[in-house]
Design a protein around this ligand. Structure first.
Ligand code: COI
Length: 345
């Protein structure tokens, strides 16, 4: 067992927002002449970038989000980083970024988390170390085409809950006015452009007091796609339902919760979810690395508000799923699937 005997940073861990906190190191890998460098730790928060870099003009950029935790017995673990490596590989392939191997990705996670061990929130605080890998097309190029040089960088920052109040229900608004993804576009990839496209919908929702917005499929506007920040999950009786759509991100949290739901004796359905089904659901959640499972107590669609439980507390099934997932992440429930990736400090 690898007890983390690190003197922790002086941070108010229990009141951390989901924001940027300066840590000691990030790690950088450079791609030049057809190969990636070995990776180096840097304490610089600034990256030197040519103004003609394709990431700036043509959005040739992909990223990831995952978390590390301190377990009940003092280990430091990352949650399913191999899945993030695979998803990044898919995103890169789609926008012509050279392959980042799973080995290279895991090497980056190990090195950058170990170097910042004092920023991994102590067990029991509810906070975690958010890990943000990103890869950008660099070098000078003005014509439209993939860059010849790239930078893969991973930084970390300790975070609290994404939505204010933590595990507390929020209300959502269905956005039909704008789309975040195109039918045959890159909605299923974790690329910056999807999130930039979603800013308009989020802003529309925030102005109307909805912290989160829900998108429908961009082709028919009939099926539920995903939330601005996370996947959509509904509970109906003992069934866990989540959309199967070519324009949504494959959430690793959603995938893990599906496994947990089955272990709890639930049926899991991944299929097209008609917006007309809203009135049939008992509980709704927004699921993702940052959102974990944020309970959604109401969804407003075309002036009608659909209610799932109360604004005061999450429903019983979402509570059970949340408890089980977060306890696996902190080692309080046995990790029978090998989801925890231990990091030597
Ligand atoms: C994540 O959940 O890790 C994301 O990247 C979503 C982002 C809006 C914070």
């Amino acid at each position: 067992m690898n007890k983390a005997k690190v003197q922790k940073a002086n941070i108010d861990w229990k009141n951390l927002p989901f924001g940027y906190v300066k840590t000691d190191y990030n790690i950088r890998y450079y791609y030049k002449n057809g190969q990636w460098s070995a990776g180096e730790l840097s304490s610089d928060e600034i990256i030197p970038l040519h103004m003609a870099a394709p990431c700036l003009h043509y959005g040739q950029e992909a990223f990831e989000g995952l978390k590390a935790f301190e377990t009940v017995d003092g280990r430091i673990v990352a949650f399913r980083p191999d899945e993030n490596a695979k998803r990044l590989e898919r995103s890169c392939e789609r926008i012509f970024i050279p392959k980042i191997s799973e080995n290279m990705f895991l090497d980056a996670i190990k090195r950058v988390v170990a170097a910042n061990a004092r920023f991994v929130p102590p067990f029991g605080t509810g906070a975690s170390l958010y890990i943000r890998p990103l890869v950008i097309g660099t070098g000078a190029k003005v014509g439209l085409g993939p860059a010849e040089e790239y930078l893969f960088i991973v930084f970390v920052t300790p975070v609290g809950p994404y939505y204010k109040g933590g595990f507390k229900p929020v209300r959502a608004l269905v956005i039909e006015e704008f789309d975040r993804a195109a039918p045959q576009g890159v909605g299923d990839c974790k690329v910056g452009g999807n999130y930039a496209a979603g800013l308009r919908g989020s802003e529309y929702g925030h102005k109307r007091n909805f912290p989160i917005v829900l998108y429908l499929d961009p082709k028919e506007k009939r099926y539920i796609d995903e939330f601005s920040t996370s996947n959509f999950v509904a509970i109906k009786g003992s069934t866990y339902i989540s959309p199967d759509s070519p324009t949504i991100l494959q959430s690793i949290t959603n995938k893990s919760l599906g496994v947990i739901a089955e272990e709890l004796g639930m049926n899991v359905e991944r299929r097209q979810v008609d917006i007309a089904e809203l009135e049939l659901f008992d509980e709704v959640g927004a699921v993702g690395t940052a959102a974990v499972i944020t309970p959604v107590y109401s969804i407003t669609y075309r002036e009608k508000e659909y209610i799932f439980g109360t604004p005061d507390a999450a429903g019983p099934v979402i509570t059970k799923l949340y408890d089980r997932l977060t306890k696996i992440q902190t080692g309080e429930v046995e990790d029978t699937h090998g989801w925890l990736f231990e990091i030597e400090v």
